[in-house]
Ligand binder design. Structure first.
Ligand code: HEM
Length: 492
């Protein structure tokens, strides 16, 4: 009785706004939540997948009184994530720079979670540049990860990172011996954080820096979650004292890092100082260094924890991978051999297919101009949600998609489903795809190669845990509850 009344009430109150979405299917909203309650019962990426199943490539749903679009059609997703069309500028379109969202040449803008994350990332971070405008282009071109010497730098990190990872894992083995099961994601996050620090700025920071980072991520997560409902209500800068203290100390730390006379030898900062190629001043370089962690120190450990968990559940795959890794270390490891190690590559692709660390993306339609999408006119400023999780598990495309089967990644499958293609885009796609993806894949592979060569990670699954028991944290699906023991191989 109450349900139909609340539905009718919602319909009456939103009659005007609804007209623009009249031909787009979607779930029935109720007063006052719209469809926001769906997102209370399941993670966002699962809800978006359910909408796709029920309503197809494009669906309309309401977050309170705000109409939104769930896009599940790969071609339309590509259209949104690749905006602007690279040809637009050469075709003589207006290229006047607009600092924010209302430049008429951009059909979509990246505002959510931009506002939510900006205090953690600052304005001069590639991730946070609002649209694919000149500012973003300039940041991306000058980003140290875009430099030609980046591969040489990666190659130079193999030895120091191998030593660092071995020591770090030894410590986890010792910790497991005393404490038993450890929270797998938490300890892998610390390992990743320190490994990133060593490779980029040439030093491992005291513990408090890691804690400051996670304090900032917690605030960021709250702001991101709120911003999907009421973007205008979140303040430009978080008021929370703990956040402010952490953030101040964090950016001061990186100010100090980039002002050192001599960056630690062989760090990325050292490569930048020696080889140049970027127009970044001290401020931008500081923001780049501080931005590596929000970019990857949540997603990368989430991916590593997920791979290890899947391997633990599929011992036959793990054992085959171990044999390959034994060969890998038989002669000094090179970047080429690490990158082209077939089984390692398949395992990583398959894990990120099944459990993408970043399982959904957001954009909004240009603030002042409606646009055409999947045959519908979508009003200005409409939020668009897109998920790779659903398309990477689509049974039309993938046989037995729910099964972890790295051997599906033969040459032909890899060719048809390249990184950033229609049904496989764990690092995003189009012009705004992940700039750190080569580094992330390299780090994950190296960590797995070091871990599986000498150690085992044994998970203590709760009886009802599902492989997608992950929570949203700082834009990433994090398997926070997984507990595991780290032991030396053959010792149990
Ligand atoms: C497993 C690890 C990682 C995953 C799954 C991941 C995923 C993604 C995804 C999906 C996007 C696109 C977001 C969007 O379209 O809205 C993205 C963008 C980005 N990522 Fe990553 N990322 C990872 C690691 C890293 C690392 C290590 C860095 C460090 C430098 C990084 C830096 C960035 C930046 C700067 C962008 C924005 C690029 C742009 O807007 O032009 N990511 N990442």
């Amino acid at each position: 009785m109450l349900q139909p009344f609340l539905q009718t009430l919602f319909r009456c109150l939103t009659a005007f706004k609804s007209r623009s979405f009249a031909n787009i299917p979607g779930p029935t909203p109720i007063f006052p939540f719209g469809n926001a309650l769906d997102f209370k019962t399941a993670p966002t990426w699962v809800v978006l997948g359910n909408y796709a199943q029920q309503y197809g490539g494009i669906a309309r749903f309401w977050l309170m009184f705000r109409p939104c679009i769930a896009l599940n059609d790969p071609k339309s997703i590509h259209q949104v994530l690749s905006d602007p069309d690279p040809g637009a500028r050469s075709a003589g379109t207006d290229t006047r720079r607009c600092p924010l969202h209302n430049n008429p040449i951009y059909k979509f803008y990246k505002d959510q979670p931009r506002k939510a994350l900006r205090p953690m990332l600052t304005d001069t971070n590639t991730f946070e540049a609002a649209v694919s405008d000149e500012n973003w282009r300039d940041l991306k071109q000058n980003d140290p990860f875009s430099m030609d010497y980046c591969r040489d730098w990666l190659a130079s990190q193999i030895d120091p990172l191998q030593t660092f990872l071995e020591n770090g894992i030894e410590e986890l083995v010792a910790e497991s011996a005393v404490q038993g099961d450890l929270l797998a994601y938490d300890v892998l996050q610390k390992l990743t954080f320190d490994g990133f620090s060593l490779a980029t700025v040439g030093q491992v920071f005291p513990n408090e820096v890691f804690e400051q980072f996670n304090t900032m991520c917690e605030t960021g997560t709250i702001r991101m979650t709120r911003s999907t409902l009421t973007n205008w209500m979140i303040p430009q800068t978080p008021h929370d004292r703990t956040y402010q203290k952490a953030s101040k100390a964090w950016f001061e730390r990186f100010d100090w890092v980039v002002r050192q006379q001599q960056p630690p030898a062989n760090s990325l900062l050292d490569w930048v100082a020696r080889k140049g190629g970027t127009n970044f001043d001290a401020q931008k370089l500081r923001n780049f260094c501080a931005g590596v962690y929000p970019g990857g120190a949540v997603s990368t450990p989430s991916a590593i924890a997920s791979v290890l968990h899947l391997l633990d559940r599929h011992p036959e795959v793990r054992d085959a991978l171990r044999l390959e890794i034994e060969d890998l270390w038989a002669t000094p490891l090179t970047l080429e051999r690490l990158e082209t190690c077939p089984q390692l590559d398949r395992v990583l692709r398959e894990s990120l297919r099944l459990l993408p660390a970043v399982p959904f993306f957001m954009r909004s339609v240009n603030r002042h101009k409606a646009t055409e999408l999947a045959g519908h006119s979508i009003p200005a400023n409409t939020p668009i949600f897109m998920s790779n999780w659903y398309l990477q598990r689509l049974s039309d495309r993938w046989s037995e998609p729910e099964i972890f089967n790295p051997s599906r990644w033969d040459e032909e499958t890899c060719r048809q489903n390249d990184w950033g293609s229609d049904y496989f885009f764990p690092f995003g796609r189009g012009s705004r795809a992940c700039i750190g993806q080569h580094f992330a894949r390299y780090f994950i592979k190296l960590t797995l190669a070091v871990l599986l060569a000498k150690y085992e990670v044994i998970f203590a699954d709760r009886p009802n845990s599902s492989s997608d028991d992950r929570e949203f944290f700082f834009g990433v699906a994090v398997p926070r509850q997984l507990r595991a023991k780290f032991v030396a191989s053959g010792s149990h």
